[in-house]
Design a protein around this ligand. Structure first.
Ligand code: ADP
Ligand code: ZN
Length: 744
C-alpha cells in the first residue's frame, strides 16, 4: 500500500519508450493505490494505460510539468510483485518497454467484467440477397463484398471481432454496410460452451509404468523442496506424457501450490481440458476465443485463489496463479509459443524464467523437442526425462514413404492420392476403422497457373500466389485476405484460361468424396472450422465414430487421442521443407512425427503413408523411422557449422515500408549502425536483404539477421536495435524480433 505521504508514482506505460514516467497521485487516490495497480494517465495528449511500479515521496520533475493520475479500477487487484518483476525481465530480453510487457500480463480488455454479451453483426436481408449484393460490390468495393460473403458462410449473427479477423479488414467497411442498411450491429449473448463440453470428457487414472513413475519422482524431488528446476520430458507419441503431468500436478496441489499448463492453442480441445477438469475441481481455462468478459472472470478467479490451476494457450503463462509450484509446457517445440506482436516473447523460454522467479518446477514435454531445449538438457541446464515406449505395450505405427514420382500420372499430373493409399483406405472403410488424411495447405489449389505464358496469379497487394478456394469460388490471398474471381483469361498473356496447380485440403476432400461416396467425410481447416463450436462438434463426431475419414491441416495433427484411427495418410510430406528457414528440416520432422503419432493409439496397429516427391530427403527419411536422435545428430552438426541456434542467439530486424527505396535505405542504416559496433567480434550480420515475403499489404519488406555468438554480443546487438521499434511512422515500420522463429 502506498504510504499516505507518497505524492508521486513511477508508472510503466504501454509505449515503446524504455523508461518509466513520474505522475502525481491526486488527493482522492492517496492511500488507495498500490504498486501493481493499472492506471490511466495522459501521455502526449493521449490517454494511455500503465502500471504503478514504485511510489516516490518526492521528485525532481518540476511541479508545473507533472501531471496527475486520471483513474484506476478499484476492483482489479494489483499485479503481484513477482509478476511485475517477471514482466521487467521479459521486457529486457525481448527489447520492449516494461509497460508493453505488462500489457501482455494484464490486458486492458480485462476491464469489461460483467458483460455476458459481445458486439455482433447480423444480416438485414435474406442470405441469397446478401450474396447478390456481395456480387454487385465485388468490382468496386472488394472489402465490403468479402465481408458479406463471409458473414453468410459463418451463419450470422457473428461476433464482430471474429468477422473482422477472418476477413482481414478494419471495422470501417462493416460500418458502411450498417449505414446502408445491409448489416446491423447487435449484442449477442455468449455462453462458454467450451467448458461445458470439456466437463463431459473424462480421464481414467492409470497405474503408471516404470518410466512414468521415474519421471514423476524426479520432478517431485525438486517440487517437494520448493526448488526450481527445468525438466525436458521427451516421450514418443502415446507414451503417456499427459498422465505424468497429471500426477505431478496432484502432488503439487497436495502441497497447496498452484500450476500453469500451457498447450498450443490448436490442441486446446475439450479433450485436453477435460483431462484436467475431470481430475481437479479448481481449474480455469484461458484461450483466444473466450470473450473479454469470460477471460476477465477466469483471471479474477485465479487472482483471488478460487482457481489454482490454469490450462491455456501462450498467454496463460501470465495468469496470476497463487503460490505457483509447477509450469508445464506441452508440445514445447511448437513455434506458436512465440508471440508475433510486441512483446515478442517465447512462452517456453519465459516459462523457465517465471519458474525460476517463483521457485516452481518447469516441465517441457514433447515427442520431438526443439533443438534449443535438447541442447539445454544435454548441457545439464535442464534435466532430461525419457519415455521411450508407448504405454500399455502399444507399438509405434509402421511408416511407409510413398514415392509419388513413380505413380501413374492422371492427365499428365501426379495423382492426389497414391494407388496404395487408396486401396488401404477402402480396406479400413470395410472394417470400420478410421482414417486421417493430413495436408498442411488449405484451399483447393495453392496456385492458379497459365499453361501458355507460365505465369502464376499473384495478389496485387502482396508478392505471393493466390490460393484457389473452390467452395467459395474465389481466389484468396492468405496474407491480406483479398478475394478475387477466377479470371476467364490469364491477366498477363490474355490468351488462355489459368488452371489449378497442386492440391490443398479442398481438393483432397473432393477426391475422397468422389472415390468413396459411401463414406462419411469431414474436413477440418480454418475455412470449415471458422467457429470454435464447429471444431468441437466435428471432433466429437469423430470420437463417436460417426466420421470415417477426417481430412485436415495441422488442426488434426496435434494432441488427438482416438484409438480407432489405424491409417494416416500424409498427402504431401514435403510441404514446408523448401522454405527459406534454417528450421525447415526440424519443423518437417516434428509435424510428420506428430501426425504419424495419431495412428495406432489403441490395440490395433497403425499404418502411416508419407507421400512425397522427395523420398530421399533426410528429414523425411528420419521421420519415417521416427528417429529423433538421428535428426538431432544431423541438425546439431549443421547448426554448429553455420552458428545457428542453439549455438547462437538471433536478433532479426525487419523494415516494412510503403516506399521501397526508403525501406531499403532504412535497413541499410540499421546495418551500418551494427557495423559501428564492429570492435566486438561476437556477432555476424546476414543481409540486409529483401525479406522472403517481399511485399505484404503493399508494404515492401527488408530484413537482416544477426547471429550473436555470446551473451555479451547478444545484449549489445539487442540494445543497439531496440530503440528502432519506436521510430515508426505511417509509411515506415521497424520490427525487432529477438529469438525469432519466423524467417519470412
Ligand atoms: P502422450 O501425451 O504422450 O501422447 P497420452 O498422455 O495422451 O500420451 O497417453 C496416451 C493414452 O494412454 C491415453 O489414452 C492415456 O489415458 C493412456 N495412458 C497413459 N498412461 C497410461 C498407463 N500407465 N497405462 C495405461 N494407459 C495409459
Ligand atoms: Zn494479399
Amino acid at each position: 500500500m502506498g504510504a499516505p505521504n507518497d505524492r508521486y508514482a513511477k508508472i510503466a506505460l504501454n509505449i515503446p519508450v524504455f523508461r518509466e514516467f513520474t505522475y502525481a497521485i491526486p488527493e482522492e487516490f492517496r492511500g488507495r493505490l498500490e504498486v501493481g495497480n493499472q492506471v490511466t494517465v495522459m501521455f502526449h495528449g493521449r490517454k494511455t494505460r500503465g502500471f504503478i511500479v514504485q511510489f516516490l515521496a518526492e521528485t525532481d520533475v518540476p511541479e508545473n510539468r507533472i501531471r496527475g493520475i486520471l483513474g484506476f479500477d478499484p476492483f482489479l487487484p494489483p499485479l503481484p510483485s513477482k509478476l511485475l518483476l517477471f514482466a521487467k525481465k521479459m521486457a529486457e530480453i525481448y527489447a520492449c518497454s516494461w509497460g508493453a510487457a505488462l500489457e501482455a500480463v494484464l490486458p486492458g480488455s480485462l476491464k469489461r467484467r460483467n458483460v455476458r454479451t459481445v458486439l455482433g453483426v447480423d444480416i438485414q436481408k435474406r442470405p441469397d440477397e446478401i450474396l447478390e449484393i456481395s456480387e454487385s460490390l465485388e468490382e468496386t468495393r472488394e472489402k465490403q463484398s468479402r465481408i458479406l460473403r463471409h458473414i453468410v458462410e459463418l451463419c450470422p449473427p457473428v461476433p464482430l471481432k471474429a468477422l473482422l479477423q477472418r476477413c482481414g479488414v478494419t471495422r470501417s467497411p462493416v460500418d458502411t454496410l450498417v449505414r446502408k442498411g445491409i448489416l446491423r450491429l447487435l449484442r449477442i449473448p455468449v455462453e462458454d460452451e467450451f467448458l461445458e463440453q470439456s466437463k463431459r470428457e473424462f480421464a481414467p487414472r492409470h497405474c503408471l509404468n516404470a518410466e512414468q513413475e521415474g519421471a514423476v519422482a524426479k520432478v517431485l524431488a525438486f517440487g517437494a523442496r520448493g526448488e526450481h528446476r527445468t525438466f525436458l520430458l521427451h516421450g514418443v507419441t502415446g507414451s503417456g506424457k499427459t498422465e505424468v503431468y497429471l500426477r505431478i500436478l496432484e502432488e503439487v496441489r497436495k502441497m497447496g501450490r498452484g500450476a500453469i499448463i500451457l498447450v498450443p492453442e490448436i490442441s486446446l480441445t475439450p479433450q485436453t481440458c477435460g483431462r484436467f477438469l475431470s481430475r481437479f475441481p479448481d481449474v480455469a481455462v484461458l484461450h483466444s476465443s473466450l470473450t473479454d468478459a469470460t477471460r476477465a472472470r477466469q483471471w479474477l478467479r485465479l487472482a483471488r485463489g478460487e482457481a489454482r490451476i490454469v490450462v491455456g494457450a501462450r498467454s496463460a503463462l501470465f495468469a496470476p496463479v497463487k503460490d505457483l509450484g509447477l509450469i508445464v509446457v506441452d508440445e514445447e517445440h511448437e513455434s506458436s509459443f512465440k508471440q508475433q506482436q510486441v512483446p515478442r516473447y517465447h512462452a517456453r523460454e519465459m516459462a523457465v524464467l517465471r519458474g525460476k522467479l517463483e521457485d516452481a518446477v518447469v516441465v517441457l514435454g514433447s515427442a520431438t523437442p526443439s533443438m534449443e531445449s535438447w541442447q539445454a538438457a544435454r548441457s545439464g541446464r535442464y534435466e532430461l526425462l525419457e519415455l521411450p515406449d508407448r504405454v500399455g505395450g502399444g507399438r509405434m505405427p509402421r511408416i511407409i514413404v510413398e514415392d509419388m514420382r513413380s505413380e501413374k500420372p492422371i492427365k499428365g499430373r501426379p495423382p492426389v492420392v497414391s494407388k496404395r493409399l487408396e486401396i488401404l483406405m477402402s480396406e479400413r472403410l470395410r472394417v470400420k476403422e478410421q482414417v486421417l488424411l493430413f495436408l498442411n495447405r488449405r484451399g483447393f489449389s495453392p496456385v492458379l497457373f497459365c499453361n501458355l505464358c507460365g505465369k502464376t496469379l499473384q495478389c496485387p497487394n502482396c508478392e505471393v500466389a493466390m490460393t484457389w478456394h473452390s467452395a467459395r469460388g474465389r481466389l484468396v490471398c492468405h496474407y491480406c485476405m483479398r478475394e478475387e474471381r477466377h479470371p476467364e483469361l490469364c491477366p498477363t498473356c490474355k490468351a488462355s484460361r489459368p488452371v489449378t496447380l497442386g492440391a490443398g485440403t479442398e481438393r483432397v476432400e473432393d477426391w475422397v468424396r468422389r472415390k468413396f461416396p459411401e463414406a462419411v467425410v469431414a474436413r477440418m481447416d480454418s475455412d470449415t472450422m471458422a467457429r470454435r463450436e464447429m471444431y468441437e462438434k466435428v471432433l466429437g463426431a469423430f470420437r463417436d465414430r460417426q466420421i470415417d475419414i477426417l481430412i485436415g491441416t495441422q488442426m488434426i495433427a496435434k494432441g488427438l487421442d482416438f484409438p480407432d484411427v489405424t491409417l494416416v495418410g500424409v498427402i504431401a510430406a514435403d510441404v514446408g521443407l523448401f522454405q527459406p528457414d534454417f528450421r525447415a528440416g526440424e519443423r518437417t520432422f516434428q509435424i510428420l512425427a506428430q501426425v504419424a503419432g495419431r495412428a495406432g493409439r489403441g490395440e490395433k496397429e497403425g499404418l502411416v503413408l508419407f507421400q512425397t516427391m522427395n523420398p530421399s530427403l533426410p528429414a523425411i527419411q528420419m521421420a519415417s523411422r521416427i528417429d529423433y536422435k538421428g535428426l538431432v545428430a544431423e541438425e546439431m552438426e549443421y547448426r554448429r557449422q553455420l552458428s545457428y541456434p542453439p549455438f547462437s542467439r538471433l536478433v532479426r530486424a525487419i523494415v516494412e515500408s510503403q516506399d521501397s527505396q526508403e525501406g531499403w535505405r532504412s535497413i541499410e542504416a540499421l546495418a551500418q549502425k551494427l557495423e559501428m559496433l564492429h570492435s566486438n567480434k561476437g556477432f555476424q550480420v546476414l543481409g540486409p536483404a529483401v525479406a522472403p515475403l517481399a511485399r505484404i499489404r503493399n508494404r515492401f519488406r527488408f530484413h537482416l539477421l544477426v547471429k550473436c555468438l555470446n551473451e555479451k554480443a547478444f545484449s549489445l546487438v539487442r540494445n543497439c536495435l531496440a530503440p528502432y521499434e519506436a521510430k515508426k511512422t505511417r509509411q515506415l515500420r521497424f520490427l525487432i524480433d529477438v529469438d525469432p522463429v519466423s524467417m519470412l
